[in-house]
Design a binder for this molecule. Structure first.
Ligand SMILES: Nc1ncnc2c1ncn2[C@@H]1O[C@H](COP(=O)(O)OP(=O)(O)OP(=O)(O)O)[C@@H](O)[C@H]1O
Ligand SMILES: [Mg+2]
Length: 427
């Protein structure tokens, strides 16, 4: 239940509240629209640009959500400083920290003498007035939940206030062509706090994720009007701020014990980028009546399905066995091409046989035990070859033409059984 106080309609000027200009609306011919003015502004971080679809679009509004303390303010302050160096003044409005606190962080991040303006302000009207004065090339608002409008009586962070503030900032962004980045808090179950409509209002929604116990952080787009979603940007949190990681595969495979049973290297695809990750499985005889199946980093139901396929089609005795599957490094894998990696890891652990050395795998598994083709096979195989893998077990449909020049020997398989024969070394 949300309280919505009734507001009297303004006497004249209709929608003057949202700052619409009086007079006629201009209609423009398609061919006369100037796209030069819409050149993207590079954020100074290739990894951040990648998620945005190639830079910050002028007049766009981006919402960055993430758990408390994950590093949202750090990332945006770094971006603000880089943009200030390359594109002109940047206004960083912080409702959560004083100017001194922001600067203290800035010193740790080694931000020099950029044209960066700080504003510790939570009042929307005063913030908009400051934007009018500074005319920034980028506006960062940290966070939208702390901003309140004088026109509403409810508390900051309430649904009405968040919606009001976001709408005004959106109109401001479109009118003045000021790209705006908002920080959004997330609720306990990981969704963005505030009204759902917030996600519709903005052009792009990014999630900043990571695990407290790992140094790497991942920025993921869940909505993007100007680029592909599911694109990933990978960073590493260090004492001097976030460092972009240009070769995530190396990072995700860095702790792998290659000849341990139950460990498989999967060529997965995040957006347009292939990333190699380690899938680990542990199968152990359950102590209690019902077998436990746990997964982290992949869908639980998908695991149940794959275990059923292994049992029925490849004759593995998994009834009564506890099965644990983990995608190492805290990455979340949700594409079907991960199936073969999971299946191989489980079989490898059950049979206590390691996977062939220097071999990577990908492929979708069907209910009949068949291995189905996967998009972008060539990209995946090339990434594996680059990291020193000499063999790839791939769907038969992808073997040959797609992957011929990848520099890595591919073994095409048609069924799960074939795949396990090809992958598991004879001990
Ligand atoms: N001296 C330091 N060395 C290394 N890492 C640090 C240091 N100081 C802070 N950090 C990292 O920065 C993180 C805090 O970053 P930041 O304040 O940007 O998070 P946030 O997402 O904005 O949090 P909030 O939601 O509370 O605003 C800490 O969790 C920590 O990992
Ligand atoms: Mg913060």
């Amino acid at each position: 239940m949300v309280e919505e106080p009734e507001t009297a309609a303004p006497a004249a000027g209709g929608d003057a509240r949202y700052g619409a200009p009086a007079g006629r609306a201009e209609v423009r011919r398609y061919s006369e629209v100037d796209v030069e003015a819409a050149r993207r502004v590079p954020s100074g971080f290739g990894e951040f640009d990648r998620v945005l679809g190639g830079g910050i679009v002028p007049g766009s509004m981006v919402l960055v959500g993430g758990e408390p303390g994950i590093g949202k303010s750090t990332l945006l302050l770094q971006v603000a400083a880089r943009v200030a160096e390359s594109a002109g003044p940047v206004l960083y409005a912080s409702g959560e920290e004083s100017e001194q606190q922001v600067k203290e962080r800035g010193q740790r991040l080694d931000i020099g003498d950029a044209e960066l303006y700080l504003l510790a302000e939570t009042c929307l009207e005063r913030l908009l007035e400051a934007v009018e004065r500074v005319r920034p090339a980028l506006l960062v608002v940290d966070s939208i939940q702390t901003i309140y409008s004088l026109s509403l009586a409810s508390a900051p962070g309430s649904v009405g206030q968040v919606r009001e503030a976001a709408t005004h900032l959106l109109f401001n962004a479109k009118r003045g062509n000021v790209p705006t980045i908002l920080v959004g808090h997330v609720t306990k179950d990981g969704a963005l706090a505030g009204p759902k409509v917030l996600e519709h209002v903005v052009d792009t929604v990014l999630y900043f994720e990571g695990e407290r116990h790992h140094a790497h952080r991942v920025v993921r787009a869940v909505k993007n009007r100007f680029g592909a979603v599911s694109e990933l940007g990978v960073f590493e949190m260090t004492g001097s701020g976030l460092l972009p990681v240009s070769n995530p595969s190396r990072l995700f495979l860095s702790d792998r014990a290659a000849d341990a049973p139950g460990s498989v290297v999967l060529c997965s695809l995040e957006g347009t980028r292939p990333i190699l990750v380690e899938v680990q499985a542990l199968v152990s005889t359950g102590a209690y009546g019902t077998a436990r199946r746990m997964s982290s980093g992949m869908d639980h139901n998908r695991l149940a399905l794959l275990l059923a396929v292994l049992e029925k089609r490849a004759g593995l005795g998994l009834a009564g066995e506890d099965v644990f599957v983990n995608v190492a490094g805290g990455l979340e894998i949700d594409e079907p091409a991960a199936d073969l990696g999971v299946v191989a890891a489980v079989a490898s652990s059950l049979r206590a046989r390691p996977v062939r050395p220097a071999t990577a795998v990908f492929g979708e598994v069907g209910l009949g035990g068949e291995v189905r083709g996967t998009p972008q096979a060539g990209l995946r195989v090339r990434e594996a070859a680059q990291l020193g893998f000499t063999h790839c077990v791939v769907p038969a449909a992808n073997s040959g033409r797609d992957t011929a020049d990848a520099g890595c020997e591919t073994i095409g398989v048609e069924t799960v059984e074939d795949a396990l024969d090809a992958l598991l070394a004879v001990s």
